[in-house]
Design a protein around this ligand. Structure first.
Ligand code: GDP
Length: 298
């Protein structure tokens, strides 16, 4: 329900556009496909994904001898869903301790996402440790402390300006000593200084590899969906400096261009693991192509 609500703007944009095409055409022809193409591209699904989806749809229409535009609706939903399905994206924190590095530029919603995740994990009775390794921005640590209190998670921080890797070192030690289920690390994402960022991430990864080789690892990039193609660009740049295992798309509630989730799948092949549809703890939702597409089209 929150998902349906949170995707309202995107639904209004993409789906009402589509439905007016389905209703407006009496038969399926080139103009029909052209208008569909326009709606998909305007919804930020990306050129690549749009072409793939329409090719797939055309194939289905032919194979199933569809004549009525309205009969295409279900097929189009199927095509979009298939486009987003990059296989196994399940993100379960189980058995081993998980160490999750969360990266992304300032303001995208990293700290909030970590707080929401910590809250969710707490609700599942998981023991959570948070590392405030964004020592660049003093406010980040303070903000994380609030979330940590709310989620009753342990917080390991450092002085402003201290070495983020040393915070990660302390946090790993704490996670091991406390037999934590999950260690979530907030990091400073300074994309404008790629070389530093890369070095910093390398150093953190080296410490985790050395101190905690048995941990299950994830690197999540947080992207602000309201920035559309900028988010795509950031994803590409972070992908050059880190082995990204998943994407979190935040602020989906604030954009009509939630189709960016489809474009990211198509262009980068990196699974979207969570989407943020608001500011409260419950507004972080595990991403699943089927649920996402259903929420959009119902
Ligand atoms: P950071 O700099 O990347 O750590 O970003 P923050 O976590 O401080 O978030 C920046 C702002 O975005 C805050 O005001 C958050 O409440 C807001 N925010 C984060 N995620 C979402 C979301 O999914 N929806 C909405 N509407 N706001 C969000």
């Amino acid at each position: 329900k929150r998902l349906v609500q949170g995707l309202g703007k995107t639904r209004d944009n993409i789906v009402s556009g589509m439905d007016s095409i389905f209703n407006g055409f009496s038969h399926i022809d080139d103009d029909f496909y052209e208008e569909l193409e326009e709606v998909l591209i305007m919804g930020d699904l990306g050129v690549q994904a749009t072409y793939d989806i329409l090719d797939d749809l055309k194939g289905k229409v032919k194979a199933e001898h569809i004549k009525e535009p309205m009969q295409c609706r279900e097929l189009l939903i199927e095509s979009i869903k298939e486009q987003m399905d990059v296989g196994e994206t399940a993100y379960e924190f189980e058995e081993k301790t998980s160490v999750v590095l969360v990266i992304g530029v300032n303001g995208v919603g990293k700290t909030t996402t970590i707080g929401k995740l910590a809250g969710k994990l707490k609700a599942q009775n998981k023991k959570v440790v948070l590392a405030a390794a964004d020592t660049f921005r003093a406010a980040a640590g303070e903000q994380l402390k609030e979330w940590a209190n709310r989620a009753q998670a342990d917080l390991i921080g450092g002085q402003e300006g201290s070495d983020p890797a040393s915070v990660v070192y302390d946090a790993v030690a704490s996670a091991k000593a406390r037999h934590a289920d999950v260690l979530l690390c907030d990091t400073a994402g300074r994309l404008h200084n790629k070389k530093n960022l890369m070095e910093e991430l390398k150093k953190m990864n080296r410490i985790i590899d050395r101190e905690f080789p048995e941990a299950y690892r994830e690197t999540l990039v947080v992207l602000d969906a309201t920035t559309g193609q900028n988010a795509m660009q950031q994803a590409k740049e972070f992908n050059e400096v880190a082995d990204i295992t998943g994407i979190v798309l935040t602020k989906m509630d604030g954009t009509a261009k939630g189709g960016i989730a489809v474009a990211i799948h198509a262009e980068l092949g990196i699974p979207v693991k969570y989407i943020g549809v608001g500011e409260s703890i419950d507004d972080l939702q595990k991403f699943d192509a089927d649920t996402f597409v259903r929420a959009l089209f119902t």
